[in-house]
Design a protein around this ligand. Structure first.
Ligand code: ZN
Length: 395
């Protein structure tokens, strides 16, 4: 049966309709996949992978089965022997398209040891024992909070917003100490937190002409989450960035971050461990966030790809995934080199023909496919100018 097993697999992926997703004519995921958005429906994430909450499906012997099932029955053929051994017979990454019309919560992710502890203590909120390093790449633009501000920036911030500095009451100039003090104060003095947010809002509302972006965000978000959400003040301590298409962020463990607005591709270790601290109606766990806060929690640098032609590679320390972009001119033809482990491709723009020893398939935007480790060679031909993203597992 090996002959029929070792072929490209077209993936059927699930959409997550979280409330912060884009809607209507702005809905990016329906536009990418080429179907009309249902009125009022939010389209937040497309999941490509084996996560039990929404595993991708493949066709095997004429039947739709979960990609997780295909891998469980044939780990060495699909993942490759090395990945099978290193990652306990599991696909080590989850690949997503994410479209945020509203801010996602301010959050951080645990490292492996912290994830084991959190999962043992609170499996309802920390559903697995894995870490969750992640990379986000802007497809058009992305506004995000990417780690804490530098000590210099924070110093200026606290002078500009004495309400916040006064509430925090921290003498250390260390960004981690200042951020931790804010979170601790929000727990011990929740009433005071609301008062301070209200005072700051009143001051900012008196000066509409001179307001800057973070102040507008603060004013808009307090109407959504109320003055008692510590995320409103945390906004000012975090590093606000704007990414252009092709730029990325790599988020290691323990670094607070939030995607505020934009369309991205995202890749992460196969985990759902999110520690939320603010700007969310979901479960918040300030205590856990204080436990995992990294000693150097930002600011995160903007990541640019390195050319490894024909690919552009986003280099990160993650051992579970490596994200690459392929930009192909119409008519470009590539003989894909032999590899020893699994790869997943997502087409964002254009049209390609994928061919192998005994078959051929076409792919259009929003479609994705998996190349199993056991497929020796295959070819891709761009029928139009095409952009593909590829996730593989670093050796
Ligand atoms: Zn995250």
């Amino acid at each position: 049966m090996t002959g029929t097993l070792c072929m490209p697999y077209r993936l059927r992926n699930s959409i997550q309709h979280y409330r912060w997703g884009s809607r209507g004519a702005d809905a990016f995921i329906p536009r990418l996949l080429g179907f009309p958005a249902e009125p009022g429906q939010a389209y937040a994430e497309l999941w490509i992978g084996t996560h039990p909450n929404a595993p991708s499906l493949v066709t095997r012997n004429g039947e739709h089965i979960s990609l997780a099932t295909l891998i469980a029955s044939n780990p060495n053929e699909i993942l490759g022997t090395d990945v099978t051994r290193r990652f306990n017979r599991q696909l080590p990454f989850l690949f997503k398209v994410l479209s945020a019309a509203e801010p996602l919560s301010i959050q951080a992710h645990p490292n492996k040891a912290q994830a084991q502890r959190l999962h043992a203590r609170d499996p309802e909120h920390y559903p697995d024992a894995n870490h969750k390093p992640e990379i986000a790449l802007a497809l058009d633009r992305l506004t995000a909070l990417a780690g804490l501000k530098s000590a210099e920036d924070l110093h200026t911030t606290l002078l500009t917003y004495p309400e916040i500095g006064g509430f925090i009451g921290e003498s250390s100039a260390d960004p981690q100490d200042i951020f931790s003090a804010l979170i601790r104060r929000s727990l011990t003095a929740p009433q005071k937190l609301s008062t301070v947010a209200q005072q700051l809002a009143e001051r900012l509302e008196r000066a509409p002409a001179s307001r800057i972006e973070v102040e507008e965000l603060f004013l808009a978000l307090r109407l959504v989450y109320g003055d008692g959400d510590v995320g409103l003040l945390a906004l000012f301590l975090l590093n606000l960035v704007h990414l252009e298409a092709g730029e990325g962020l790599y988020v290691p463990a323990g670094v607070p971050h939030a995607y505020l607005n934009g369309n991205i591709v995202e890749c992460m270790a196969n985990s759902d461990n999110v520690i939320r601290v603010g700007l969310t109606p979901k479960f918040k766990d300030a205590g856990a966030l204080l436990e995992v806060l990294a000693p150097d929690a930002g600011p995160l640098p903007v990541l640019h790809p390195e050319p490894e032609l024909p690919e552009m590679c986003y280099i990160t320390p993650a051992e579970e995934f490596e994200l690459r972009r392929l930009d192909l001119e119409a008519g470009a033809h590539l003989e894909m080199p032999c590899r020893t482990s699994v790869e997943v491709y997502l087409l964002i723009e254009g049209r390609v023909e994928v061919s192998w020893s005994d078959g051929m398939e076409h792919y259009v935007p929003g479609e994705s496919f998996l190349i199993p480790a056991c497929l020796p060679t295959w070819q891709v031909t761009a029928l139009e100018r095409t952009t593909l993203f590829k996730v593989s597992v670093p050796e």
